[in-house]
Design a protein around this ligand. Sequence first.
Ligand code: IMP
Ligand code: MG
Length: 173
Amino acid sequence: MVVGKPIFTVEQIQHKVRELADRISRDYEGKDLLVIGILRGAFMFMTDLVRAIRVPLTVDFVVAASYVQTETSGEVKVYCDARESVTGRDVLLVEDIADTGVTLNYLRERILLKRPRSLKICTFLNKQERRTVDVPLDYVGFEIPNQYVVGYGLDYDNKFRNLPYIAAFRKSV
Ligand code: IMP
Ligand code: MG
């Protein structure tokens, strides 16, 4: 297993997070913002993002997964649902990476059933090339090519999430 050089350094990540948080702070002025992070991948991005947002907000999490090692199973499982009621609130769903789009689409539709006032999606990374389900992304940190990455919350088999930067990953040399 090989972790390559950083694709996005700590500094690049910090800069991008501030940029996203500035946009979100402007867009949610005077609203009832409920930020829902998708665990486990989004845990690091989520904590950086909410700390940089300057409007009042509520934090919640949902635990969901579709991946087994480096392959998507195509089936999303929710292990633990958000506790906050989303009805009538301005919900921002926060994800680490949009790949096929299956996870975000599934969680988006699940939340929409409960009639939030608004629902937007913020993903730190986007692999547009891999998209099989069309899901609207409102805030995207970086577009990346079809390449498996780890770090900054992203894992391979639940490892490497603690790297403070994002790097390419290969199973063998
Ligand atoms: P999707 O449902 O195919 O869009 O996959 C989204 C989920 O797959 C993300 O929440 C990640 O957990 C995982 N994933 C997709 N691509 C990568 C990657 O390059 N590195 C690590 N995890 C990934
Ligand atoms: Mg994830």
